[in-house]
Write a new protein. Sequence first.
Lengths: 286, 362, 354
Amino acid sequence: MKTVNNRAWLFVLPVVILVAFNALVPLMTVVNYSVQETFGNNLFFWQGLDWFQQVLRSDRFHAALGRQALFTVTILLIEIPLGVVIALAMPRKGVWVSVCLVLMALPLLIPWNVVGSMWNIFTLPDIGLLGYLMNDVLGIPYNMTRDPVAAWATVIAMDVWHWTSLVVLLAYAGLISIPDAYYQAAKIDGATPWAVFRYIQLPKMKRVLTIAILLRFMDSFNIYTEPFVLTGGGPGNSTTLLSIDLVKLALGQFDLGPAAAMSLIYFLITLLVSWVFYTLMTRNEN
Amino acid sequence: MAKITLDKLRHSYLPAPSRPQDYALKEINLDWRDGGAYALLGPSGCGKTTLLNIISGLLTPSEGRVLFDGVDVTGLAPDHRNIAQVFQFPVIYDTMTVRQNLAFPLRNRGLDPRHIKARVDEISEMLELTDLLDRRAAGLGPDTKQKISMGRGLVREDVNVIMFDEPLTVIDPQLKWTLRSKLKELHQKIGVTMIYVTHDQTEALTFADQVVVMQEGEIVQIGTPVELFERPGHTFVGHFIGSPGMNIIPCELRDGTACIGDFPVALAGPVKAVSQDARTEIGIRPEFVKIAGTGLPAVVRKVADLGRYTVIEAMLGEVRVSIIGPEGDAPERGSEIHLQFDPKNTRLYADGWLATEEGETR
Amino acid sequence: MTLELRNVTKRVGGETHIHETTLRLEPGEFNILLGPTNAGKTSLIKIMSGLERPTTGQIVVDGTDVTGLSPQKRNIALVHQFFVNYPHMNVFDNIASPLRVAGLPRDEIVRRVEEAADILQLRPMLKRRPDELSGGQQQRCALARAIVKESKAVFLDEPLANLDYKLREELRDQLPDLFAGRGSVVVYATSEPTEALLLGGRTALVHEGRITQFGPTAEIYRAPTDLTSAQVFSDPPINIAQVVKAKGEIRLSDTVAWQATRAAAGLADGSYTLAIRPGHVSPEKGGANAVRISGEIRITELSGSESVAHFRMGESIWISQTSGAHPYRVGEIRDFFIDTTHCFYFTPDGKLAA
């Protein structure tokens, strides 16, 4: 039973104002830029959808989008299963619970630019722990600043290190909300551990995993700070993800029109994918 | 199906129990016949769920043995005991249909699909679930879900015992009696041993052939529903079963005669040997107290008209006595009345335990 | 004080939760809302307490319209089915919380909390926290918080539903005394007819968002105005059958008929719905007005002091309820006797005819 009280809208008002200043005004500015050409001095020329066409047809955009999609799919494929596995392995009772939770939460507490710097130092081929270990102890040539494959692997490893914890915490919250009776019933029904996972744990985690995937999708699709600090998009353009490319376009080249068009396209893609995914995941409920 | 024996069972949740009160279950010895319907009845915290979990294997007892048909199963895990259990809150597999839910225990045991189908059809027929077989189990009401949980136990032909842990807790009062009677009917049809744990006397007395009444980790009486009602072996049983429960009135024993104040009270049978300093009480059910012109003087404290009968509460000195009277003509609140006890149903209890033998009234 | 609902309705979305209701509640006695789950009891309590606004109609307290007033401003107390206490406070602070909000002096708070704790036997537990208490004690703590406030209206929404059977009996016994003489209107929602009878007072029968009957509890139990009210106020379910009256005789089946007596004698010839409580269908022949029927025993139940038998007669299932333990056997054919002086006759549209 729900109560309808029109005064409740008043509570939402501050948020509406905040969002308006925070998002709507900048967004409208971007829209404004995306359909015009400017040479400074507040001179604008109507450009129609030209910038959009230009961006959509540019190879550079396609390449950046491709890299972005590859990055997001890869980290989702790693982080979600890994997060679930770690959550399953974590203790449900006892003193170790809080220890595990704190350990898990640690990476989430580190500022993003610090994460980039940390990994930058960590991977230096000569004095970085990882670089030294790979090159001098294991004898595997590793130099992230020269080798695109190594750069990719490092960016992905960094994201996995930084964000798998979020998935773990969400999945863990889903797991501990399952009453003991379910496990006991499954034991009595003779279910295998796999069947317990498939028919009890996974369905009960479905909601939180939907949220985890959405959050990780949006975050990774918009990722900027960490790879920028770590690789700066290089070597070459090999780790230039969409956002890095966008900044290069807008602040490096001052192509404000195309950059605005690109950010709108970027925004719409994120929105569309999130919406489609969320609709699909919640379709079967009720 | 199996006969169940509990042999010198004790359990404590503490690592090193020493005193009797450290034990959630004090020593329990029991023999349960194959195919019987049993109930464990007691208030919350009496140890009944502990006992149930020991029988099902979810808990290993600190001491003693559990035997199924004479075979020691104390150390066996639940899935090796061939038992089924229905929990307080319905457990169903959300992503499966009703049919898949019912088939799940059989599929896990690798049975022939044709056999599974036949068995599922048969059980769903009994539970009146046939129309719902292909529905997703997630959207159904709690009573239907609980039927599915029961069904998953009933489909298995190898089951030694089916256990119920307060299975009607989340069911609407209006639906409780249908499920209660359904369960009884199923027991009569299938004949598998069933153990039913509850704090609700109606559920226990309705379901079981034999009821085990527990209090503070101890069994206080085992008996048929009629025995528990008519001859409670302990004041706790008298109080716990029946509503209102049995009246328990302190009395004195003078030369083998029970006296309340200066009034001697006739008892159902001769008094057993009772130690000098034992606490002695008269136990009599409200049904067997009559308001009469003479007898024990009392003052009416409260009258409740229950339509079909009246419950009168009177103060006999400092002790409250409930009386069940006929419909209509109830005494006024505050009026003075006299009480008479039906001797055939008046018993003496010493330190809580029954202290009269059955036999001639004296 | 008095609490009135005037032409109150409640619609949510397209659904009507409460149909037009007018009700006047007085202090001094328990006002019981009796009805099955989802009948609208909780909706009514929410409307009366101000937690929800009615779609139309007014709530009037002592002649003043309070419809738009929030619960905070109405001086009411509400005890819920679940034991709602502040988990981080001990029992004393829990009980004291409404008094502290009201800004009472310290001595006064201590005095009133201790008084309430004594009534509810919570004195030894004042320093404990709610999670260290049993369910019964937790609910007593919630009740203490309700009485300490000396509210003008107290709403109890199935407060005993989650308690053990015997605890329920104990607390139910204390409840009426708890609120007696405080001059507040007490509203008690329950889904159990026996509970309503034990509490006495006045009862409103609630069915599918309507109040079907309101009056002194035992009185409306004995004289239902319509079939629905008779059904709502019966546990086990009341027996219902179609009968025909002709030539001064009530005919239940080809073989069972009896002379119409008392009120039934004045009925016009025609078809009626007969209703008789299971308590008036007995396995033993009662008086001169007992009519024999027989059927096959399907289900037997024993509830402490009473035996219940469900038996099949023709196409319908009948229920008998008697005191004591009766050894019925499932499957046997048995005679039962209906006490025709306790039969209700309803017209086809459900109104009481006799």
